[in-house]
Design a binder for this molecule. Structure first.
Ligand SMILES: [Zn+2]
Length: 346
């Protein structure tokens, strides 16, 4: 049996939602991770420090007493975000980062930013105080092909933000394309990117295997194999500009298997075994720790976690529990299209 011990990982992008779903999904993350950046796209969104503090309290209540887990809170950037209040929230450590959603880009992003110019003064303040900007990097113009929206965002929006504010710490989140990996690799040191387990595991064919597969539908949408390969390359080599952000995003099966199914993949439960398998399949298990436990903390100027976790590999593949239950509803666990032989030691 093969076994590795690594620094306890962090998940730099999670959706906990609220109420009953929150209670069901928080333990799936807090069990394995030390810290997570929590997305603010509730209905209505988290717009200020007061709401972030209240939301954090609800999350903390859902953490089992056996888990040592710290949620890092974010604010949803709008064209009305007040820079004085934001600075105060950051200095008080009520809020860790700011999330930029282009209006309409994904689940609950209707209040997002329409005109980047209008938020530049806020971004300048963030650059001054060292507050990170997290970006959902897709344009929302319906005339742009859904598979091209990330690339167009980089060319038309991100590039000018990076050029105008090179001191601003930016995370281009859940990247999906070769263009994104190349742009981030070549950009200044303050731009890094997160990558999800599902974009490392699947290409876009997975949405259409034998029929439509709503549980493999997410935004940004899965891309061609050439893009998946470029994500795997930067992850397995341990490049310090790339790190894990699972984008675990629970929806009930009712909302996914629907005439207009929601975007999002719930992967919190098995993300670490899946990632270990991908790294192992590419003879790079030695770099897993960089991707899931070191590179993100480095980017955010945080300490590396002190605790360790152990992962082991067995001859028999891991059994995936299909669902987690939320009252009468179910949330489907993400399962890749290859066997996973790794698991986490209790
Ligand atoms: Zn997300």
């Amino acid at each position: 049996m093969e076994e590795i011990e690594i620094i306890k990982p962090d998940d730099w992008h999670v959706h906990f939602r609220d109420n009953e779903i929150l209670k069901a999904v928080v333990p799936e993350t807090s069990r394995h991770f030390a810290r997570s950046i929590v997305m603010p796209n509730l209905v209505p969104p988290i717009l200020n420090a007061k709401q972030a503090i209240e939301y954090k309290k609800r999350i903390k209540k859902a953490i089992p007493s056996t888990d040592n887990f710290e949620p890092l809170m974010t604010i949803y950037l709008t064209e009305e975000t007040n820079k004085k209040e934001l600075k105060q929230a950051f200095n008080d450590e009520a809020v860790f980062a700011v999330k930029l959603y282009p209006a309409g880009a994904t689940t609950n992003s209707d209040s997002g930013v329409k005109d980047i110019h209008k938020i530049m003064p806020v971004l300048e303040t963030m650059a001054e105080i060292g507050m990170p900007l997290l970006i959902h990097g897709e344009v929302t113009d319906p005339n742009i092909d859904i598979f091209d929206r990330e690339k167009v965002f980089i060319d038309e929006k991100l590039n000018s933000i990076c050029k105008n504010l090179p001191e601003l710490k930016i995370t281009l989140e859940h990247i999906t394309t070769k263009e994104a990996t190349e742009y981030v690799k070549e950009s200044n040191k303050n731009l890094a990117a997160s990558i999800t387990p599902h974009h490392l595991a699947l290409n876009r064919n997975a949405i259409f295997v034998g029929g439509i597969r709503p549980h493999n539908y997410c935004l940004p949408i899965l891309k061609r194999e050439i893009h998946r390969n470029s994500l795997v390359d930067v992850a397995i080599t341990g490049n310090s500009k790339f790190f894990l952000g699972t984008d675990t995003a629970p929806h009930t099966t009712h909302d996914k298997e629907n005439e207009c199914g929601c975007a999002g993949i719930f992967n919190a439960t098995y993300c670490l075994p899946i990632l270990a398998q991908i790294f192992d399949d590419n003879n790079s298990i030695k770099n897993l720790e960089k991707f899931i436990s070191k590179n993100g903390a480095l980017h955010y100027n945080l300490n590396i976690n002190k605790e360790k976790i152990r992962l082991f590999k067995t001859p028999k593949n891991l059994f995936f529990k299909k669902f987690i239950n939320v009252n009468e509803y179910k949330i489907k666990n993400f399962e890749p299209n290859f066997p996973v032989f790794w698991n986490i030691s209790k």
